[in-house]
Design a protein around this ligand. Structure first.
Ligand code: PEP
Ligand code: MN
Length: 333
């Protein structure tokens, strides 16, 4: 980090600042120019409040040189993280499909979908039990009963399950869940992230609706700083001025996140587009730009789905997407 001081900054106040920075365990390298003085900070600046320094009236500007996240940073962990979920690896060249309905609706529904997506090549079953809905009058998910049904589907098919948590007080209910999902709306629920830092399960962290990549990585850092290093990042579309799609799929996030971080990156073309017929081409594009997996919503009867029917693929459509993606992956490896 470098601090650029204002011209003719009061010397006593500059000394107070450097003393304070040294007290934060930083070494100081002061460069005095003819008109301007620059203070270089050497050491771990991740705990330094850049806005606080910026607000001092002796300071012209502050610039970060290294990123404010450490655990998630590729510079400190050059090899790809590979996450193993009951023998199903994600990351480091291992690709996974996380497929299933938006919401668990009944025993028959989840088991039928689980069997069909497994037959098409998906190894991880998704299904929402606690649903974050914009309207309080919309279907809120089957909640604890939904988790029970997911566990039945896991037993019946042998597929590990992923489902979304909305509140830290529910963690004990997720004991037999294989991967805990943090949805876009909770990406910056910092108390929840801190609690998940103490959980011994992979966390699937979705990018918030209006969050930068750095904010996504800082949220991953919250989980990792607590001791849980198994975080999967997910690009699921962001809010833009475009209204033709539910969100705008930011595919440049995939290679950029992989450059900045060693964590696996999964793309969710279902929530990104909100339109079932766009899922196939967007899934192909995601595979082509290096994603480590795809999260895709699949329903046995999309027109009757209680949540997100318009973006759900039928099992046959999902089978076609898997074939196409596998073809693309052969060419990019
Ligand atoms: C979901 O995966 O069911 C979901 C609600 O996704 P998001 O948080 O990306 O909107
Ligand atoms: Mn959904």
């Amino acid at each position: 980090m470098v601090v650029i001081l204002k011209n003719h900054a009061d010397q006593e106040r500059v000394e107070n600042l450097t003393k304070w920075l040294q007290d934060q365990n930083l070494r100081i390298n002061e460069v005095k120019g003819e008109y301007q003085t620059i203070i270089g900070l050497i050491g771990d600046t991740s705990r330094i409040d850049i806005d606080l320094i910026q607000s001092l009236d002796i300071v012209e500007d502050v610039k970060r040189i290294s990123e404010p996240y450490k655990c998630a940073n590729r510079n400190f962990h050059p090899d790809d993280t590979v996450i193993d979920v009951s023998g199903n690896k994600i990351g480091g060249g291992n690709f996974q499909y996380f497929a299933g309905p938006c919401s668990v609706e009944s025993r028959e529904q989840i088991i039928e979908i689980a069997k069909s997506v497994k037959a098409s090549g998906a190894n991880i079953l998704r299904g929402g039990a606690f649903k974050p809905r914009t309207s309080p009058y919309a279907f809120q998910g089957l909640r604890a009963e939904g988790l029970e049904l997911l566990l039945e589907a896991k037993k019946e098919t042998g597929m590990p399950i992923i489902t979304e948590i909305m509140d830290a007080s529910h963690i004990s209910l997720f004991e037999d869940v294989d991967i805990i999902q943090v949805g876009a709306r909770n990406m910056q629920n910092f108390e929840l992230l801190k609690e998940l830092g103490h959980v011994d399960k992979p966390i699937f962290l979705k990018r918030g609706l209006a969050n930068t990549l750095e904010e996504l990585l800082m949220s991953a850092e919250y989980i990792m700083a607590g001791g849980n290093e198994n975080v999967i990042l997910c690009e699921r579309g962001i809010r833009t001025f475009e209204t033709a799609t539910r969100n705008t799929l930011d595919l440049s996030a995939v290679p950029l996140l992989k450059e900045k971080s060693h964590l696996p990156v999964v793309v969710d073309p279902s929530h990104a587009s909100g339109i079932a017929r766009l899922v196939e081409p967007m899934a192909y594009a995601a595979a082509a730009c290096g994603a480590d997996g795809l999260m895709i919503e699949v329903h046995n009867n999309p027109s009757k789905a209680l949540c997100d029917g318009p973006q759900a693929l039928t099992p046959d459509q999902f089978a076609k997407v898997v074939k196409g993606v596998e073809n693309i992956r052969k060419h990019i490896q």
